[in-house]
Design a protein around this ligand. Structure first.
Ligand code: PEP
Ligand code: MG
Length: 582
């Protein structure tokens, strides 16, 4: 039966494919594809983990004190029985053999399937066994985590789906459906080919959404109970423009979306022709179009759309999902140098680590802070871990010998933080000098993403060479709306007069003092915002490579002389959205 689930649109276009469920689990689970020749080893890893749990439970039984309640012994019997049951084991094996899922992913997927069967059972005793099954699976996951193998680089695309009941000789497009995806998971998935994804949680500028945009695949977040409503292998359509997922579409709906998908492809084809067209407005204003990247390899995508540099390299992605083992100076240096070389002398703006809130180093559920978005994140964390921060700064300064590297500092709010940061940059330089290690010059910029920073521009401009406005956080902190919380996503308003005022003032003050100001938040990559930002005087935009050509198209049609008075009217209006559409 066809039904639809509504969420928040984060990435445009249409995807049609089979649902791949990524079940959530209390244990942090890695999801990746294994190489076909690694399948036997992966099955052996699974068997070893299961056998270890069997031994663990048998030991518990043997060591049970005499006065222990008899129910406990019976419960362990049930757990042992579930462990041996083929209902779990056979399915897991199938997912590894046929889909090349890693053991953890196969296990949580099968758990989800079996849990649903339990939910449908009439007998309340049997229904309650679901909780036992979850506990057993959690034990296996913990064993697997303990015995985790270094994550093999996943193959560049999802393997051929040999196990599908239908179309089993075809490459069926896959659509990810999950409760949530960690940023680290997203990076893994980025190396595979997925046609689109849907998550239950998340907002327009949550990091999951941001990575989706960088993957340039249709996506919907904040779709509430999507992962419960969809079953493994269901056919789904994702309408990224409308923020809707349609499950089990009828042939008429499929045909309609097939048409829409082809239209989208044609439009993309037309935009590609703009790649080498200079980004100049009708009145001759040259506009700088820069790329946002997460990994050095993303420079290829930036060059492919004609970006003239990188305005934001989110370095934190190098640090994520490494079980606490942070990359050392040489590893970071290699990554930053690769990024700098990848841009062939064009600017490479490396932002120092921005960890915390919705970008945890490892398991986000482990974050026990009361309010991580207001807590120890970004530069605050870096300043609290000076050895880690100095390591990163040295690596960036060394990479600066190989390209035009800029250093960008996230989340600054206090003058004290500015001073400490700049002192640490000097110290990192001195340490390299003392070791006789080559390093290069960097221009240092600050992100304006906390209202306090936007309201103390004079200090920021005095200390920094350039500013970059992080509208994602600036909106979050100005409006007190968690950017990752779908329940308040309707209040996350980029056109709120307070947001526009801070934006306009920052751009104007930078121009007055002759210091470059860019916008690197998602607003810069939204073609609906291009004219407004141009009218406010913005001349440097940094965004996902996937957005660059659409924004360039807007720029080529714009006349900044006419847009300037209109933009002032927009920011003073009670209904900016209406003026924007006019
Ligand atoms: C921003 O806040 O707008 C920004 C670019 O930084 P991030 O999205 O990585 O927090
Ligand atoms: Mg930010």
């Amino acid at each position: 039966m066809t039904f639809s689930v509504h969420g928040i649109t984060v990435s445009r276009g249409v995807a049609i494919g089979r649902a791949v469920l990524v079940a959530s689990s209390r244990v942090d689970v890695a999801h990746y594809f294994v190489e076909p020749d690694q399948v036997p080893a992966e099955l052996a890893r699974m068997r070893a983990a299961r056998n270890a749990v069997v031994e663990e439970l048998q030991r518990l039984q043997a060591e049970m004190p005499k006065d222990a309640p008899p129910e406990l012994d019976a419960l362990l019997d049930v757990h042992l029985m579930l462990l041996q049951d083929e209902m779990l084991g056979a399915g897991v094996k199938q997912f590894v053999i046929e889909r090349f899922y890693n053991a953890e992913w196969a296990l949580t997927t099968q758990l989800e399937i079996v849990s649903r069967q339990f939910d449908e059972m009439e007998d309340p005793y049997l229904r309650e066994r679901k909780a036992d099954l979850e506990q057993v699976v959690e034990r296996i996951l913990r064993q697997l985590k303990g015995a985790a193998q270094p994550v093999a680089a996943p193959p560049p695309r999802a393997p051929r789906q040999q196990g599908f009941e239908l179309d089993d000789t075809l490459d069926v497009p896959l659509v990810l459906v999950a409760h949530d995806l960690s940023p680290a998971d997203m990076l893994q998935f980025k190396k595979s080919v997925f046609a689109g994804f849907v998550t239950d949680v998340g907002g327009k500028t949550s990091h999951t959404a941001i990575v989706a945009r960088s993957m340039d695949i249709p996506a919907v977040v904040g779709a509430r109970s999507a992962s419960h409503l969809v079953r493994q292998d269901d056919w789904v359509v994702i309408d990224g423009d409308a923020g809707v997922m349609i499950v089990d579409p009828s042939p008429i709906i499929l045909a309609e979306y097939g048409f829409k998908q082809r239209q989208g492809e044609l439009e993309r084809g037309r935009l590609v022709r703009l790649k080498n067209t200079p980004a100049v407005t009708l009145d001759g204003q040259k506009i700088e179009l820069l790329a946002n990247i997460e990994q050095p390899a993303d420079t290829a995508a930036a060059l492919a759309v004609g970006a003239v540099g990188v305005g934001l390299f989110r370095s934190e992605f190098l640090f994520m999902g490494r079980e606490g083992k942070l990359p050392d100076e040489d590893e970071q240096y290699a990554a930053y140098r690769a990024a700098a070389l990848g841009m062939h002398g064009m600017p490479m703006t490396i932002r120092t680590i921005d960890i915390g809130a919705d970008k945890p180093l490892d398991d986000r559920r482990a974050d026990t802070h009361l309010n991580p978005a207001l807590g120890l994140r970004a530069i605050r964390w870096s300043l609290s871990e000076p050895a880690m921060f100095l390591t990163q700064l040295r690596a960036i300064l060394r990479a600066a010998a190989h390209g035009q590297v800029h250093l960008l500092i996230p989340m600054l709010a206090h003058l004290r933080e500015i001073r400490q940061t700049l002192e640490l940059v000097d110290k990192a330089r001195a340490q390299l000098d003392a070791r006789g290690v080559v390093h290069g010059p960097v221009r240092i910029g600050a992100m304006i993403e906390v209202p306090a920073a936007a309201l103390s521009l004079r200090q920021f401009l005095r200390h920094f060479d350039f500013l970059s406005i992080g509208t994602n956080d600036l909106i979050q902190y100005t409006l007190a709306i968690d950017r990752a919380d779908e329940s308040v996503a309707h209040l996350y308003d980029q056109l709120h007069p307070a947001v526009l005022r801070l934006l306009a003032d920052t751009i104007a003050e930078g121009a007055r003092q002759g210091k470059p100001v860019a916008v690197c938040g998602e607003m810069a990559g939204d073609p609906a915002m291009t004219r407004l930002l141009l009218g406010l005087g913005l001349r440097s935009f940094s965004m996902h490579p996937s957005q660059i050509l659409a924004v360039k198209q807007e720029i080529l049609r714009a006349d900044t002389g006419k847009l300037a008075p209109w933009a002032q009217a927009v920011i003073e209006s009670d209904e900016p959205a209406e003026l924007l559409q006019a």
